[in-house]
Design a protein around this ligand. Sequence first.
Ligand code: SF4
Length: 180
Amino acid sequence: MPKPKVATVWLEGCSGCHMSFLDLDESLLGILEAVDLTVTPITDFKDYAFPEVALGVVEGAVANSEQLEIVKKLRGSCQILMAWGDCAVFGGINKLRDPIPVQDLLTRGYVTTESTVDGKVPTDPSLPVLLPRVKALNEVVQVEAFVPGCPPRPEAIAFALMEVVQGRIPVLPKELLHYD
Ligand code: SF4
């Protein structure tokens, strides 16, 4: 039987959820035997040409126009979409910026910080545009599975992946839930 294909992305996050996955150490070998990892930061992909996959995984919230496009592409390419970590599940720490207007954020970041000299807000049209508010994954696309935690425990990630391998939508048992 062919192994289920998996694609993962990290968006507005710190990479900690993917690091937690790698923290499975030797248990990772069993998972890598059970799934076929395709587009993922771990395989150092250079574009977002997702193949059709059984499982799409998202770390991080959706905070700009590029991330929104990526997540919609992944949603269109996968049967099950899974949110890894509090940033994807709830928006996470990224949502601290929500009360501040985008222009004020950019001005503070690029112009008025104490260490900036002659700063200017970048205006290149190829740059992603910040969304007015940071969104959790399920605010922009349908999500079937949630693995909360900051980061989620490696065991929770392994459990969720192996449930998908066995044809089930994962529902984490209480002992694997981890809220920080
Ligand atoms: Fe990083 Fe925590 Fe967000 Fe994961 S949930 S991307 S570990 S801040």
